[in-house]
Design a protein. Structure first.
Length: 210
């Protein structure tokens, strides 16, 4: 009897900007996403991260904010209060986009680190749409992926500790879409990286059967 075929994963790099440490009391102000590639039993196939993207700026959901957190993104809360997308509309549009770009595959949210972005994204999806296109656990943390491949403790990992060839050549701007695209390139490099030591470097073709 042949083994049940497992659906491929559509890896979607997601970055969010928020004005505080947790959702609810504080607000997600922007969301950016880019299709990073597809992973199946034969390996990882990277995508052009600029080809399929999503970006929205959202109306704040509370009056509370942490000035230092808001300053990171440079977003204007007053402007977003007046002109930002309603969260229910923006998250419904995001879910529909994820469905479109994940046709024939299972979507996986990928982040660096994923914990902060996933916390806001999942909370907003459940609060404003009632469901998540990623399910409750369809999340990949690039920081953990690197730590595992490099044989390092997780808390020892930072982008500054990574081999330079793994990192995207794009700047980390704290604009959600810019950073989602940058992190999509990091994911592709990590997927191709054999780990420290001799072997093909990032950018080398990923072996596939056929």
């Amino acid at each position: 009897m042949s083994a049940r075929r497992v659906k491929p994963s559509r890896c979607i790099s997601v970055d969010i900007e928020a004005d505080g440490p947790i959702p609810g009391p504080y607000s997600m102000l922007s969301i950016g996403a880019a299709v990073a590639g597809t992973q199946d039993a034969d390996g990882f196939t990277p995508a052009d991260p600029e080809e399929r993207t999503f970006y929205r700026e959202l109306r704040p959901i509370s009056s509370e904010f942490v000035p230092e957190a808001l300053a990171v993104s440079g977003l204007d809360r007053d402007r977003l209060t007046a002109h930002g997308a309603e969260p229910a509309v923006a998250l419904a549009e995001f879910s529909a986009w994820v469905g479109e770009v994940s046709a024939g595959a299972q979507p996986v949210m990928c982040g660096y680190p994923a914990s902060y972005d996933w916390t806001f994204l999942y909370w907003y999806l459940i609060r404003f749409t009632g469901e998540s296109p990623f399910g409750h656990s369809g999340c990949l943390d690039m920081k953990t992926l690197y730590a595992t491949k490099a044989g390092l403790p997780l808390r020892a990992v930072a982008k500054g500790t990574m081999p330079r060839e793994l990192l995207s050549r794009r700047r980390h701007t704290h604009h959600a879409l810019d950073d989602a695209i940058e992190q999509a390139e990091l994911l592709a490099n990590l997927m191709a990286w054999p780990g420290p030591g001799p072997g093909p470097g990032p950018g080398a073709s990923v072996p596939r059967s056929g």
